[in-house]
Design a protein around this ligand. Structure first.
Ligand code: URA
Length: 274
């Protein structure tokens, strides 16, 4: 292949979101073995005739063979609800197969910081650096987030950080509504287990999804909301803020971000003394 054709092939892959070299040699998935004999056998095996069982109890191969889409929502809720602490929740995510992003990500990006801190921040999804290191907000936007937090006297020990999604969308594309919905039960459980005094939604995706609003971050930022988890009585005060990646592109908006940081600092001061 000549240089020009090679460059075009690479550009095409980048446009598809394949921007990470994971192995020395490429894997041709079209040449992969056909579905395993076991799956074919499972497809033709009679279904258990006992009392109807919950979808999550029916093996995935059988459900697929019967043409029934897996109820990943119920599966995610069950797995998340069974997690009684953060290590168990992390393990539940490791076991969860209901979000396709897991297949293309290098690492699960669970959280960073101090789970006993009063402040929990929720971003959107890991990028390339986070995917490589398995920690949220370690790339350039994470460095800006650290500086923003430092401006009000906070560091990673004084807060706890996670994302809407624990796996990187290929090429850093926007998460789809289906991906956000698939992982939401884990995030809700994450918030319930950490039980922060104050929440910050970092960016439009987390603010819109968690508040169930259609307005953009321009309208949502700078306001306090009562965030309610399903089945938890007490609401958590939550502030929506600009995402640092947006501030890197639009530095003029840092003035508004500074205003939001001061509001956060004030709220935290009352939350920890209350
Ligand atoms: N952007 C996010 O929303 N989260 C990260 O972890 C990194 C970048």
């Amino acid at each position: 292949m000549d240089q020009e054709a090679l460059r075009a092939a690479l550009a095409w892959q980048l446009a598809l979101g394949a921007d990470e070299a994971l192995n020395e040699t490429a894997i041709n998935r079209f040449a992969a073995a056909p579905p395993a004999a076991a799956a074919v056998a499972a497809a033709s095996a009679p279904l258990p005739s006992a009392a109807p069982s919950p979808a999550a109890a029916v093996p995935r191969a059988i459900r697929a063979a019967k043409g029934t889409p897996p109820d990943t929502g119920a599966e995610a809720r069950q797995l998340a609800a069974a997690a009684m602490d953060l290590p168990a929740l992390r393990q539940a995510l490791e076991n969860f197969e209901g979000c396709g992003l897991k297949a293309t990500a290098s690492n699960l990006v669970f959280a960073d910081g101090n789970p006993a801190a009063p402040l929990m921040l929720i971003g959107e999804a890991p990028g390339g650096d986070e995917d490589r290191q398995g920690r949220p907000f370690v790339g350039v936007s994470g460095q800006l987030l650290d500086r923003m937090l430092a401006s009000i006297g906070l560091d990673r020990d004084a807060c706890y950080i996670t994302n809407m999604l624990p796996w990187r969308p290929p090429g850093n594309r926007q998460p789809t509504a289906a991906e956000l919905a698939a992982c939401l039960p884990f995030l809700q459980r994450h918030i319930a287990l950490v039980a922060p005094r104050v929440l910050v939604f970092v960016g439009g995706t987390s603010a819109k999804t968690l508040l169930g609003k259609s307005e953009g971050i321009m309208r949502l930022r700078g306001r306090w909301y009562d965030f309610k988890l399903p089945e938890v009585d007490e609401a958590i005060p939550a502030l929506a803020m600009f995402h640092p990646a947006y501030l890197l592109r639009s530095p003029a908006q840092k003035a508004l971000a500074w205003r939001d940081l001061l509001a956060l600092q004030e709220r935290l001061a009352t939350a920890v003394t209350a």
